[in-house]
Ligand binder design. Structure first.
Ligand code: TXA
Ligand code: MG
Length: 333
């Protein structure tokens, strides 16, 4: 291992973590770092789900052009219920398959500290309790939900070994926990339990038949993740969709408008804006991503009829930020 390689620690997958490992993982997550963690399905690229800057770092490391919502990993159903609202079906599925390769998408509790960026601004949250004894112990030791997509660069195969993680993400990860090959080797099955109709969003480590046996009815297949969203496709969830009109590529601010700024220089009219919040004075798209949903919500609460948004460059996370803003600015039904 050379000095430039990410720090890599070997551990037994079937035992709870040694205290020194648990401390190091918790400390890395607490300071906003990225940790590659083995699960029974695939390796995950983990960060503190309640820290928007750490979540932004996940998107930056993966090079995702969009803020796909992430799965929050927790240690138990009790922990999951602090972040999501479980109906009868969701609770039954959790009881049957957790810990294990099942992810449940449920309404997000408004009081959940999980960052809006981790759920891509949706009113729903994906939750999973992994079966992997080592990683479940690490999550319990950290004591907060851990956002973790598969630990591969966007568009590449999900990694099932630490070598594959190192090859794909290398120095973008602060720490790789190496517990050998993942036993399932296929991502978790995702079921949305929303508005009374359980839907299969992604086939995976638990079969449809096993799920249907537990819920006693057929699973509707959602042709795309969008179809699981209670909000209209392409819209931000209602509590993040601004009430204000959103005006993009603003070169000036009209009287009464609020301003979502980016970079060191403000446009003409900014002095008279109803409110000004800057995504990143330094013009850093990772910092801007971390602030995006929070700033939009605060500007909206100012009561200004419109939010002027300064141009955001398409580099780095700028592409995903622009995608989200375009949706927020799209005509409302
Ligand atoms: O096995 C797995 O699930 C692995 C390990 C690391 O846990 N994780 C994983 O994460 O596959 P990822 O990010 O590669 O896939 C998560 C999927 C995405 O397709 C995302 O769109 C969907 O979950 N998802 C997350 N939150 C959602 C939500 N609120 N509504 C609908 N789909 C959601
Ligand atoms: Mg993936």
């Amino acid at each position: 291992m050379t000095a430039s390689n990410p720090h890599r620690l070997k551990a037994d997958p079937d035992a709870p973590p040694a205290p020194a490992l648990a401390r190091e993982v918790a400390a890395t997550l607490a300071r906003g770092g990225l940790v590659a963690l083995p699960t029974e399905t695939v390796y995950g690229l983990a960060a503190n789900a309640t820290d928007p800057a750490a979540v932004a770092a996940i998107y930056a490391a993966k090079g995702r052009p969009q803020f796909n919502p992430l799965i929050s990993h927790v240690e138990s159903l009790a922990a999951a219920e602090q972040h999501g609202i479980f109906d009868e079906t969701a609770r039954r599925l959790a009881a049957a398959f957790w810990p294990g390769p099942l992810t449940l998408v449920v309404p997000k509790r408004p009081e959940s500290p999980v960052a809006a960026l981790a759920t891509a601004g949706l009113a729903t949250i994906a939750l999973r309790v992994p079966r992997h004894a080592l990683t479940r112990g690490l999550i319990a030791g950290f004591g907060r939900p851990v956002a973790a997509p598969s630990a591969n660069p966007s568009g590449r195969l999900s990694p099932t070994t630490a070598d594959a993680v190192a090859e794909g993400l290398g120095e973008k990860v602060d720490l790789i926990v190496d517990a050998g090959a993942c036993p399932v080797g296929l991502e978790s099955t995702i079921v949305a339990c929303l508005e009374g109709t359980p839907r299969l969003l992604r086939p995976g480590g638990i079969s449809r038949a096993d799920i249907e046996r537990v819920i006693g009815r057929d699973l509707v297949t959602a042709p795309s993740v969008e179809d699981a969203r209670p909000a209209a496709p392409g819209m931000l969830a209602s509590h993040y969709a601004p009430h204000a009109r959103v005006r993009l590529e603003a070169k000036s601010v009209a009287p009464g408008e609020a301003l979502l700024a980016f970079g060191p220089d403000l446009p003409p009219g900014a002095e008279a804006a109803a409110m000004v919040l800057n995504l990143s004075k330094a013009g850093d798209t990772v910092e801007a991503a971390a602030n995006l949903f929070g700033h939009l919500a605060r500007l909206d609460r100012s009561g200004a009829p419109a939010i002027a948004v300064m141009p955001i460059p398409a580099e780095g996370l700028g592409e995903a930020i622009r995608d989200r803003l375009a949706r927020a600015a799209a005509p409302r039904p």
